[in-house]
Design a protein around this ligand. Structure first.
Ligand code: GUN
Length: 293
């Protein structure tokens, strides 16, 4: 069994980005600028955004964090989105999800200029990704594909089971894994909460991407010997031994599943760090106007 070290790969990629940004600056080019809108004080969102700002610093980017109150109206948020769309210094921006219940996430996502949508959530980017055109690919699926690539894992003709059908992870990663590309070219099955024979599907899988958000859902008796397991779960569960009072728990029962795998990602330190570094990659592309002019 080989442990996929997302933390190490992410550090390497951030260094590659930082080197490129230093060269851009030296040549008199523009410093890439990422803005993030954070509404309210959700603990998870606070942590994620803090990590994104830190990663911007590591890459040599400019970053702007815009905090808005929990009771911000949809109209006020749409005004802020419009302001960032028009701000020529901002190359890309994100609105951290989830949003408070009174705001329509879809409306907000569609209000973002797709050319600045470094999260890759806008329907233009999702659509372009699904037909293989240059676009901003959302960060978690892009991070998963990058890990598979850097570990030289063979996906061609393999059976990949994706657990979960979210717009952010399940659907896009299933699309990328099925595309005629390397990595990709796999036979993909998407399983979800209504799937009848989920265990049988998993037992047929060469690659399992677990993205349901159910802690320790995937057990050893659902995994065939030699499978590749990618764990996207990041549920916060209470922990008495942690300083913060919680720990991150994946969708895979790691201790019993790992011995059966050829490769497996840990939680934390697997997909998580890659997600942030994919956002940095998209920001660099936005800064260079490499996808949309
Ligand atoms: N919430 C959880 N993951 C993400 C992400 O990738 N981007 C944004 N904007 N919000 C999130």
């Amino acid at each position: 069994m080989k442990l996929i070290d997302g933390k190490a790969v992410a550090a390497q990629i951030k260094q590659e980005i930082a080197d490129e940004v230093a060269a851009i600056k030296e040549a008199g080019g523009k410093t890439p600028h990422l803005a993030a809108i954070l509404i309210g004080h959700d603990g998870g969102s606070e942590t994620y955004v803090a990590h994104k700002v830190k990663a911007c610093n590591e890459c040599g980017f400019k970053s702007t964090l815009i905090r808005m109150d929990e009771d911000t109206t949809e109209e006020q948020l749409l005004e802020m989105v419009d302001k960032l769309n028009k701000d020529e210094d901002v190359d890309g921006f994100i609105v951290q999800l989830p949003l408070p219940k009174h705001i329509s996430e879809q409306k907000v996502i569609e209000a973002i200029d797709y050319r600045k949508d470094v999260d890759g959530f806008h329907p233009v980017n999702v659509g372009r990704m699904s037909i293989g055109l240059p676009c901003f690919v959302s960060a978690t699926p892009a991070g998963i594909m990058e890990l598979i690539k850097r570990y030289d894992i063979d996906t061609k003709g393999k059976h990949c089971v994706v657990l979960g059908r979210s717009n952010i992870v399940g659907k896009p990663v299933a699309t990328l894994m099925s595309q005629k590309a390397t990595p990709g070219n796999a036979t993909v099955t998407i399983c979800h909460s209504a799937s009848a024979n989920l265990k049988e599907m998993c037992l047929q899988a060469d690659i399992i991407i677990a993205a349901l958000g159910v802690p320790e859902f995937l057990k050893a008796d659902m995994v065939k010997e030699g499978a590749v397991v990618i764990d996207v779960g990041t549920t916060r569960v209470p922990s008495e031994t942690s300083k913060t009072g919680f720990r991150l728990c994946g969708d895979v029962k790691f201790d019993e599943v790992a011995p059966k795998c050829s490769y497996i990602t840990p939680v934390p330190g697997g997909v998580g760090p890659m997600t942030i570094c994919s956002l940095m990659k998209n920001t660099l592309l936005a800064g260079k106007k490499a996808i949309y002019s």
